[in-house]
Each structure stands twice: as structure tokens, then as C-alpha cells.
Design a protein around this ligand. Structure first.
Ligand code: UD1
Length: 307
């Protein structure tokens, strides 16, 4: 059996890492009871900067992708179609038996649609999640992907309910737990056995007694001048009480520059961080402020207070 494992944007990489580990384990020649699965990694290139992409492959020990589609940024339609055209070519040449997509980014939607139209089965990891807010591009990606998927790998019980309500067959829904949290615990173990002085933020962390770790990147928060200015005003006020450490997402950086919005000196701005560099900082923060769905789940799993 040949499987394609698709990833394109930062949150996807954390989700494929444990799947790759499991696939690697089954390819151990000493295990003979189960049929061998051949797997290929497809990176759509939706995220491409070193810290948004390669840093995650390095940290999470994901092998070099077999196919890199080099989609890059663009409007939703431009990005999605670029991924679709390239992925169609790869799928037509390789004819995998199953395409596994994860999460809810544009790459998830693009690759599931292409595979299904080529009559290739689709498995969706993190299926069934719904915000019931169609102004979020991710909600559209989730609904479309689930509407054509053959296998639903589900992280929480509410997702099972949503899928059953939408008429998905029960036997196709597999409540498997949360791959992102599997990845978190695995990486935490690795991190704890490493020398912290190797992290570039080691000195910063030592110098700050208490700090808030902040991430901010949702279009609904950063793409409007008024909303972003209001959020930054509040952050500037909070940072007087507790300093804030803020790795800035490229989208947010672009908007802060465009709107010429200034952050207070008590907010330390960093480049986007790879997985371990980020975990090293947020795991010991007094509080995490974030609009990332993934980080909300991860902080909950480690019991770090969040807002
Ligand atoms: C995407 C996902 C979002 C996820 C987020 C995590 C969709 C619809 N959105 O949003 O669900 O939470 O990733 O980061 O798929 N850019 C760079 N370098 C990069 C990547 C992006 O500079 O490596 C810049 C580009 O200017 C681009 C902007 O960031 O226009 C936004 O990137 P994009 O992939 O369109 O969406 P995200 O906001 O990252």
C-alpha cells in the first residue's frame, strides 16, 4: 500500500511528525506481521521561510519531503490552485492508494479535492472539528475536506458528533486522539534532555523573571488597522505589568509595518520560532496569549495558563 502524507503550513508539520514516526516504526524489517506501507511526504510549500518550515522538519525529525510543490503565498484562490495543479501531476504519476491530509489549511482542502477527483481515497486527520463560523477560511477547508473524505481520524468527541450529524458512516470515523499532543509530549521529552544554553533565547529567558508569551496571526485580528491597533494598545498596557515575548508571524509583521503600529519596549519582538525554540519559551511563561488554535490545545495539555 502506498500512502501520501501531505503537509504545507506550520501547524501541519507538528501533526505529521507522529504519523511519520509510526510509519517509520512499521517499516522496521523485524516486524513482519503487518503488511508494509510505503509512504511519501508531500510538502506543498504553503509555508516556505526557514523558521516557518525547514526548522520544523529539523526539530521534529521529519525526513526531507519526497515532493516539494513550491506553492508559496498568494490569495486563497491563487495559493489553492497552485497547490492543486502541482499535486494533480504528482498524484497522476505516482497513483498512491491513500492521501492523508491533516488539519484545516489551504493545502488540506487543495490536496483532498485533487485526490478524490482522481478516485484516490482520502483520510483526514483532525476531522470533524467545527467552529460554525464560515467567515474563517479554515472552517470552509474543514467542511469541504470532510465532505469528500473516506476516513475520518478524530481528535475529540465533539468531532465524532459533528460527523455523525453530517451523515458520515460510523465505521469510517476513528477516534484516535490528538496527534499534535502526541508530538508535544515527545518533543518535551527531547527538549528536557537537551542543554538549554543552546537556545538563542536562553539569556533572554534568564533575564526575564516572569513573562507572557504571545502569538498573534489570525487575519481577523491582524488584517484590519482598527482591530490590530486596539489589540496592540491593550498589549502595550499589559506589558508594563509583565513583559511580553512575541515571535512575530510574517503576516502580522507585514500588517504592523503597513499600518505603522508601534509596540512598547516591554514587548520583545522575535523572528518566528521553530517548534523547540518556541516550546522552550512558552512552557515556562506565566501566561500564554494566543489566537492559535493549536497553541491553545498545547498549553492546555501542559497546564500553562492562557488568555
Ligand atoms: C495559515 C493557515 C492558518 C494557520 C497559519 C499558521 C490557511 C487558510 N491558513 O495562515 O490556518 O493558522 O497558516 O501559520 O491555510 N509568509 C511568509 N513566509 C512564509 C509563509 C507566509 O512570509 O513562510 C507570509 C506571506 O506574506 C503570506 C502571509 O505570510 O502572504 C500569510 O501566509 P498564508 O500561508 O497565506 O496564511 P497564514 O496566515 O500563515
Amino acid at each position: 500500500m502506498k500512502i501520501f502524507l501531505v503537509a504545507g503550513a506550520r501547524p501541519n508539520f507538528m501533526k505529521i511528525a507522529p504519523i511519520v514516526r509510526a510509519l517509520k516504526a512499521q517499516s522496521n524489517p523485524q516486524i513482519t506481521q503487518i503488511p508494509r506501507i510505503e509512504y511519501k511526504i508531500v510538502h506543498t510549500g504553503q509555508h516556505y521561510d526557514y523558521e516557518m518550515s525547514q526548522a520544523f522538519f529539523d526539530d521534529l525529525e521529519i525526513p526531507k519531503p519526497d515532493f516539494f510543490l513550491d506553492a508559496g503565498s498568494g490569495s486563497h484562490a491563487a495559493q489553492t490552485t497552485k497547490i492543486m495543479v502541482s499535486f494533480e501531476e504528482v498524484c497522476s504519476n505516482e497513483r498512491p492508494d491513500l492521501v492523508i491530509v491533516v488539519g484545516d489549511v489551504n493545502s488540506t482542502l487543495a490536496c483532498s479535492v485533487v485526490a478524490k477527483k482522481l478516485l484516490i481515497d482520502v483520510g483526514h486527520v483532525e476531522a470533524g472539528l467545527r467552529s460554525f463560523d464560515l467567515t474563517m477560511p479554515e472552517e470552509i477547508n474543514r467542511i469541504v475536506t470532510d465532505s469528500i473524505s473516506d476516513y475520518f481520524f478524530v481528535t475529540e468527541k465533539s468531532a465524532v458528533k459533528n460527523l455523525l450529524k453530517e451523515g458520515k458512516p460510523k465505521e469510517r470515523i476513528h477516534f484516535v486522539g490528538n496527534v499534535m499532543i502526541d508530538n508535544l509530549f515527545h518533543q518535551l521529552k527531547c527538549l528536557n534532555s537537551e542543554n538549554p544554553t543552546k537556545f538563542p533565547t536562553y539569556e533572554l529567558k534568564r533575564a526575564l523573571d516572569d513573562y507572557i508569551f504571545l502569538t498573534l496571526h489570525r487575519p481577523s485580528n491582524v488584517d484590519s488597522r482598527e482591530t490590530l491597533a486596539e489589540i496592540v494598545e491593550a498589549l502595550n498596557e499589559i506589558s508594563v505589568e509583565i513583559p511580553i515575548v512575541f515571535p512575530v508571524h510574517p503576516r502580522t509583521k507585514k500588517m504592523l509595518d503597513t499600518f505603522n503600529i508601534k509596540l512598547s519596549d516591554s514587548i520583545t519582538l522575535l523572528e518566528p520560532l521553530g517548534f523547540k525554540k518556541s516550546l522552550y519559551l512558552w512552557k515556562d511563561a506565566v501566561m500564554v496569549m494566543t489566537d492559535s488554535g493549536g497553541l491553545q490545545e498545547e498549553t492546555t495539555a501542559l497546564g500553562v495558563p492562557r488568555a
